[in-house]
Design a protein around this ligand. Structure first.
Ligand code: TXA
Ligand code: MG
Length: 329
């Protein structure tokens, strides 16, 4: 059930966490499905509820920089502490950092890896909830495995509602794409997943940062889970640039990144979502997943979606779209 984030409901959510139950909560990126990261049984339940492969590790959420030291093992690692100091300007925010795992964290949360992904979300409800729970919160996106991530409490309820007691409602997520993930446990820092903290921003403070494409191999994936297709709706979805209108089936939806001509909508499309009148990438990112979910519910034969250049936030937008369209192209 969906609950408004009143102090009483946040206290109740925190109690549920301490009892080993799951709570879905808002963050600035997407909604998370949270459990006590130190409780094996609670963490295992996340994998069951999402139908998530147990080899795909979770992100652990904390409320302060000081708490990172209780989740990661930074003893004697002044090199890591230096790198973290350069990254702390992005926290609270949409950045997850992979560090050596601390002992208290359930190895199920880390899929048996010696590392843990950590982040401090930039959302008042998330921070209050984590502080009240007094536990690090392991949380993947609160969707069924391999479906589009949820950016509203209603999305969570539609996908997982029957299986979880509580969804804290924090409104629509402001960023709308999952966090950037950077690994600090490989020889050089590696960008494992692009997000709203951009490669360009990170490179300015971590000059040795590499793109995962150059560092990753199928034999030794740096980030299990990220090699697989993700985020796909049930309706076939393709990039608009990859198809000509003469190939369109009967009922086609358009997800546009900018203003479109009225005639284009009337003549060709059964549904149109314009994500931003001005082509603003932040606005496009924040509305993208909701638009894909909305059109996926319309019984269309095809969804076509715009592209943008892969720089800045555009890198994250195109990453998600290439994953969503991968199984259809
Ligand atoms: O924005 C987000 O990151 C959201 C919100 C809820 O914080 N969470 C999220 O979680 O997107 P999820 O499970 O959908 O994606 C987490 C990804 C995994 O697919 C995995 O590849 C990577 O994080 N990951 C987690 N721990 C890792 C580790 N120790 N080493 C490498 N990659 C890791
Ligand atoms: Mg996910």
């Amino acid at each position: 059930m969906i609950f408004p984030p009143t102090p009483e409901n946040i206290a109740r959510a925190a109690d549920l966490i301490r009892q080993g139950k799951l709570v879905a909560f808002p963050t600035e990126t997407v909604y998370g499905l949270g459990a006590d990261a130190t409780n094996d049984a609670a963490v295992q339940r996340i994998f069951e509820v999402k139908n998530r492969p147990t080899l795909n590790p979770l992100i652990v959420h904390v409320a302060s920089l000081a708490d990172i030291a209780s989740v990661a093992d930074l003893e004697g690692r002044s090199d890591l502490q230096d790198k973290l100091r350069s990254l702390q300007q992005f926290w609270p925010g949409p950045l997850s950092v992979v560090l050596p795992k601390g002992k208290s964290i359930s190895s199920f949360a880390c899929a048996g890896l010696p590392s843990v992904a950590v982040r401090i979300p930039d959302h008042a409800v998330a921070l209050e909830f984590i502080r009240a729970a007094k536990r690090p919160i392991a949380a993947p996106s609160a969707n069924r495995s391999s479906y589009v991530s949820p950016t509203t409490a209603q999305h969570v309820e539609a996908g997982l509602g029957a299986k979880i007691e509580m969804v804290l409602d924090g409104g629509a997520c402001s960023v709308g794409l999952e966090s950037t993930i950077v690994s600090l446990v490989s020889p050089n820092p590696v960008l494992l997943r692009p997000g709203a903290v951009t490669f360009e921003q990170l490179k300015a403070v971590l000059p040795e940062l590499e793109l995962s494409r150059s560092a990753d191999t199928p034999e030794q994936p740096l980030s299990p889970g990220l090699l697989r297709e993700h985020y796909a709706p049930s309706t076939k979805i393709v990039l608009k640039a990859k198809i000509t209108p003469s190939e369109y089936p009967a009922r086609v939806g358009l997800i546009s990144f900018g203003q479109i001509e009225g005639s284009e909508q009337e003549s060709r499309y059964s549904a149109v979502n314009v994500l931003s009148q001005s082509g603003d990438l932040s606005e496009i990112a924040s509305k993208l997943f909701a638009a894909i979910r909305e059109q996926d519910g319309l019984g269309l034969d095809l969804i076509v979606v715009d592209s943008c250049s892969e720089v800045g936030l555009g890198r994250a937008i195109m990453d998600r779209l290439l994953r969503a369209t991968a199984k259809f192209t």
